[in-house]
Design a protein around this ligand. Structure first.
Ligand SMILES: C[S@@+](CC[C@H](N)C(=O)[O-])C[C@H]1O[C@@H](n2cnc3c(N)ncnc32)[C@H](O)[C@@H]1O
Length: 239
């Protein structure tokens, strides 16, 4: 009974999301609980504002943009993007209706709106080369490897030449950070986030480069910023 509890959340949701993350993103109580600055900041060891500030520092330096935020995120990312002077048109795509509703409320609170669409990041219904900016905020580590690959390929496909890809994520785990060596934390984290281990040990930069080349694109990396001693990173690419 308990083992199939998550099935009630399937309803157009990928199985990996319903099975592993129903409690965080799909249940109304989960959404209510997690979407508080205090909680997000605790999960990110007090780094939430610094990560968001780094994403925005890089974003506001770009040309006026048709921007795609690929999946909702708890916290202030969407309203901050909506208020940024260089956001011309903001699109937010997420597979979970409950997340889109919560994000819409945050936009309403700052008197802004966005095109909010229920869509799987693995198969985007957008034309190729149709966005100036694509932003992924802590999405990739939550996806199984195959879904992560499809999502990255789609993010690159919809990015126009001259456009700008921004990724905020966990940094690679090369066993250097004290927390990577702290087994109780690592063990707990990998139980709560079952695809994190694979993500930590994947070659994200090489994958992005390869997927771009396969689409006839070149993505030029801008120096990444690492935060909290290398636990997190913000990556930037120019197409
Ligand atoms: C971007 S991550 C956010 C992670 C981070 N904990 C935060 O809130 O900042 C979680 C979001 O991704 C969405 N999501 C997960 N898999 C998806 C997929 N394949 N397509 C679209 N959205 C997806 C979930 O519905 C959820 O709203």
């Amino acid at each position: 009974m308990l083992s199939s509890f998550w099935r009630r959340y399937l309803d157009g949701i990928p199985e990996y999301l319903a099975r592993n993350y129903w409690w965080a993103y799909l249940s109304p109580r989960g959404v209510w609980f997690f979407d508080h600055h205090l909680i997000i900041n605790l999960i990110l060891f007090g780094q939430y504002r610094a990560i968001l500030a780094e994403v925005m520092r890089r974003y506001v330096g770009t040309q006026p943009a048709r921007t795609l935020q690929l999946s909702c995120a708890y916290g202030a990312l969407t309203p901050t993007l909506a208020l940024a002077p260089n956001t011309r048109e903001l699109h937010v795509a997420d597979i979970a209706a409950i997340q889109l509703t919560a994000t819409r409320k945050k936009l309403h609170a700052v008197s802004r709106s966005a095109a909010m669409v229920r869509m799987n990041a693995e198969t985007l219904a957008y034309a190729s080369n149709s966005f100036d900016s694509v932003i992924l905020f802590f999405l990739l580590h939550e996806l199984p490897a195959a879904a992560r690959e499809r999502t990255l390929r789609e993010a690159i496909r919809v990015l126009r030449p001259g456009g700008h890809l921004l990724i905020a994520e966990y940094a690679e785990n090369r066993g250097h950070h004290p927390l990577h060596r702290f087994t109780p934390w690592r063990w707990t984290q990998e139980r709560l986030e079952p695809f994190l281990h694979d993500f930590w040990h994947s070659e994200l930069h090489a994958q992005i480069h390869r997927y771009a080349v396969q689409q006839g694109k070149v993505l030029h990396p801008v120096d990444a910023t690492t935060l909290f001693g290398g636990l997190y990173r913000v990556m930037e690419y120019h197409a």
